[in-house]
Each structure stands twice: as C-alpha cells, then as structure tokens.
Design a protein around this ligand. Structure first.
Ligand code: RTP
Ligand code: MG
Length: 220
C-alpha cells in the first residue's frame, strides 16, 4: 500500500464545487482518505514544502499563491496511488494538461493548477511527515467521512466558473490589460462559490492570479 500527500490548492479549495468534484474524482478511483484538513498554509510550511524550487524564479510567486487562501490537505492511500493521482491531475501547466485530466478540466492557467500530489515514494514520505508536523494534518478514522461530506455538500451545486476565469486571464494577457478592472473581475469570479471563505482569501488569491497576469504581460 502506498500513500500520497495531496493538496487541493487555493484555486480548488475556495471554489467549493470544483474542490468537491476533484475530491469526488480521486475518491472514485478507490483512493482512501486517511487524513483530511481544510487549512491555511503558513509561510514556513510553504517554504519547506516547495524547498526544491527555492532557487527558481517563480518561487516567490509560488509562496504567494499557495499561502493566499485555504487548501484541502489530505493523505490518500491505495496501491499505486502516487502515480495514479499524478496521472489523474495531468501535466503541471494547465494549458499542457490533457483536456480530460483534472488540471485540464478545472485548472486556471499555467501553475494555477488545482492540486499538488507527491511525485515519488520518498517525497510522499517526506511530505506526509512535514504536513503532519508543520501543518497539523492528522490521520483519523473520520477522515474518509469528512471528505465524503465535503463532496456531498458542495459537488451538487454545480457552480463551475473555470471557463469564465480562464477566458479573463487569457484575454487580459492577450491585450495587455493589467487594469484594476481585471482584479475586480477575478474577485467576483473567485467569490461566486466560496461559502465560508473569508473575503481576504478571495482577494489574496485573486491578487496572486493578477500578479501572474502582470508578469506575463511584462515578459512580452
Ligand atoms: P506540484 O509540486 O504542485 O504537485 O506540481 P508539479 O510537481 O506538477 O510541478 P513542480 O515542477 O513541482 O512545480 C511546483 C508548482 O510550482 C508552480 N510552477 N510555476 N511559473 C512557472 O514557471 C511555474 N513552474 C511551476 C506550479 O503551481 C507547480 O505545480
Ligand atoms: Mg512537484
């Protein structure tokens, strides 16, 4: 039996329907939820989790993104769960992910890509220990039921604005629009299915996506 540390990132966690559909898909593959926690990622946990990327140019943005709003952190268990979840997610960059993959279906753009999943048995072990110690993720007999409740509560709402958010990001980059109207539209779209989420989280995630748009425009 293998275990994988899976994190539904802020873009999946504050869009309640989308997060629930991702969770439903993974559970439907027979992966058992051994630990489940809705939580904000601290700066220190983010730095340790993405330590491998600390020299990369996108590192500061990655920290901004992953700490912007709550995530759904979990430990999944099953035979071959590590590669299985990676395959289900699809390629890292949303525009390269297969259309039927979870990132292809629900990802926003580039690295705003719905979920993290451990990429090998060694990283799965390190990450599980890290998120337990630094993130307070605890194994529990209730975890599977808590995850099921999340799916039952949010999946039927059917509120998925992925297409609209993608179109906004794409067109803003395309026409070099970095006006405050873009940020306001992001806040509107990210806030449409965000029950129980703080306004500050919606704003922080929108700003992370907006900062990404600005970087893309500046790069041109
Ligand atoms: P993850 O670690 O989140 O499961 O994603 P991954 O293995 O598919 O991709 P990885 O190379 O480990 O990158 C970690 C996360 O960093 C963001 N990223 N942005 N702007 C960029 O060039 C860039 N490259 C990576 C993504 O959020 C990616 O998932
Ligand atoms: Mg990775």
């Amino acid at each position: 039996m293998e275990r994988s540390l899976v994190v539904i990132k802020p873009d999946g966690a504050i869009r309640r329907t989308v997060g629930a559909l991702v969770l439903k898909d993974l559970m439907g593959r027979g992966y058992h939820v051994k630990a489940f926690k809705e939580m904000k990622v601290s700066e220190s946990l983010a730095k340790l989790h993405y330590d491998i990327h600390k020299e990369k140019p996108f590192f500061p943005w990655l920290l901004q993104f992953i700490t912007s709003a709550r995530v759904l952190a979990m430990i999944l268990e099953a035979d071959d769960v590590i590669q299985g979840v990676r395959d289900a997610l699809g390629a890292t960059f949303v525009q390269k992910a297969a259309p039927g993959s979870l990132r292809g279906k629900y990802g926003i753009w580039a690295g705003v890509n719905i979920a993290h999943a451990s990429d090998a048995p060694e990283t799965a072990t390190t990450e599980t220990v890290l998120w337990t110690k630094e993130g307070g993720l605890v194994e529990s007999d209730d975890a599977e039921n808590i995850a099921k409740d999340y799916v039952e509560r949010y999946a039927p709402r059917n509120l998925d604005f992925t297409k609209e958010i993608r179109a906004l990001v794409e067109s803003s980059i395309d026409v070099n629009d970095t006006s405050s109207a873009v940020l306001e539209s992001l806040e509107d779209l990210f806030g449409r299915d965000s029950e129980g989420v703080d306004e500050s989280e919606i704003k922080a995630l929108s700003l992370a996506v907006f900062d990404f748009i600005k970087e893309e425009v500046e790069k041109k």
